[in-house]
Design a protein around this ligand. Structure first.
Ligand SMILES: [Fe+2]
Ligand SMILES: [Fe+2]
Length: 376
């Protein structure tokens, strides 16, 4: 019988050398027993799994049983981010065999299921449109229409200090340094009009053939221009867990074919709430005296997302609803979950800033002055 827990050993490689192999610690810390065990296990090859994973399933069960808010659970959210990171790459340095190691798949699915259950319980119910592209787009545009109240982008535009503006860039970096990748997982899970729409948007997100115009690359440049470290995870210790949840949620939607409706709904609202806020953030950086090399990312999204939101609303989400009417409820679920979780993240940031506090995470011995130090 084939044992899926055993690594494939390439011809000619020496198993003894493999066992000695050690992987670098990530630039961030664990947030509890589950993430601690995972990060420790990833420093060793999969061949050591019987030892390094002992008790992991029980620890996950305990953590899930003991958590009444998975979206804000420090340990489980970081665990999910690093498990997803095995699929993305460049989140943790680890034996690539971990990606499909059965224990990792089991861990990911256990946390995702609990997270999804919570999101489904908490999203506000929205009236379901008919499975018609225009009707679906109309409901999504209604859900995401700009409101006059306080917002993080407005705060950055009008009153953020230089330090707060840099915090904003750090908070967004968990997603934006891998911008669009979470949604790309869903491309082969879509068909026809919805798939073509997704590819059209992603072609832009990935720079239309110019690697330096990839949105993730433009963002990395913004970070470097601000003197920030653009390596993935460099500031993860300073990022509040609710911001991590927004990324694990969209990765979960993208990686699970079953959730392709949620992924489409999520992406549509994501694009619909991007153009105006990015204009404001660009204005904020200009107000603080920064030039085009810093504002390029935000300015790029003013035009791009005004186009993307139309494609994502009508052709991606709307097109999918017409192709698969049974997915309308999940399209709306993904849209509402996106607004809800990103709303929680924004609330957290605004609350801190208006109280004169840093919006970065202070726990775990992380000092924000250290976290935001200039890269030499
Ligand atoms: Fe983008
Ligand atoms: Fe976009």
């Amino acid at each position: 019988m084939i044992d899926a827990t055993q690594p494939v050993v390439a011809a000619g490689s020496d198993p003894a050398v493999e066992r000695e192999q050690r992987f670098d610690a990530p630039p961030f810390r664990a947030r509890g027993p589950v993430s601690e065990q995972l990060l420790q296990a990833f420093r060793r090859p999969t061949a050591d799994a019987p030892e390094t994973l002992a008790g992991l399933a029980g620890a996950i069960d305990d953590a899930l049983a003991g958590s009444d808010d998975i979206a804000r659970d420090d340990d489980l959210q970081l665990a999910l981010l690093v498990l997803h990171g095995l699929h993305y790459g460049s989140v943790v340095d680890a034996d690539e065999e971990w990606e499909w190691h059965p224990a990792m798949v089991a861990a990911r699915v256990a946390i995702e299921r609990a997270f999804e259950r919570q999101l489904r319980e908490q999203v506000p119910s929205v009236p379901l449109p008919a499975p018609d592209a225009e009707a679906v787009a109309a409901v999504l545009f209604e859900l995401t229409k700009p409101t006059p109240g306080p917002s993080v982008a407005r705060f950055v535009a009008k009153q953020a200090t230089d330090e707060q503006a840099r915090e904003y860039v750090v908070l967004r970096s968990v997603y934006t340094l891998k911008e669009a990748d979470a949604q790309t997982w869903s491309i082969p899970r879509l068909e026809g009009r919805a798939k073509a729409a997704m590819v059209e948007i992603q072609a832009d997100e990935y720079g239309g053939g110019r690697p330096e115009r990839m949105h993730s690359a433009i963002y990395a440049r913004t970070m470097r221009e601000l003197g920030l470290d653009d390596r993935y995870g460099a500031y993860l210790d300073a990022v509040p867990t609710i911001r991590i949840a927004s990324v694990t949620m969209m990765t979960m939607f993208g990686l699970n074919r079953r959730l392709r409706g949620a992924s489409a709904g999520h992406y549509a609202t994501y694009e619909m709430t991007s153009s105006l806020p990015n204009r404001m953030v660009g204005d904020g950086f200009r107000r603080l005296g920064y030039g085009e090399s810093v504002t390029d990312y935000f300015d790029e999204h003013v035009e791009a997302d005004a186009v993307h939101e139309q494609i994502a609303g009508r052709d991606l989400a709307g097109g999918l609803a017409e192709q698969e009417p049974s997915l309308v409820a999940d399209i709306m679920f993904g849209a509402s979950a996106s607004l809800m979780v990103d709303g929680w993240g924004a609330e957290h940031t605004l609350e801190a800033w208006t109280a004169g506090r840093s919006a970065l995470r202070q726990a775990g011995g992380t000092d924000r002055r250290i976290a935001l130090q200039q890269v030499p």
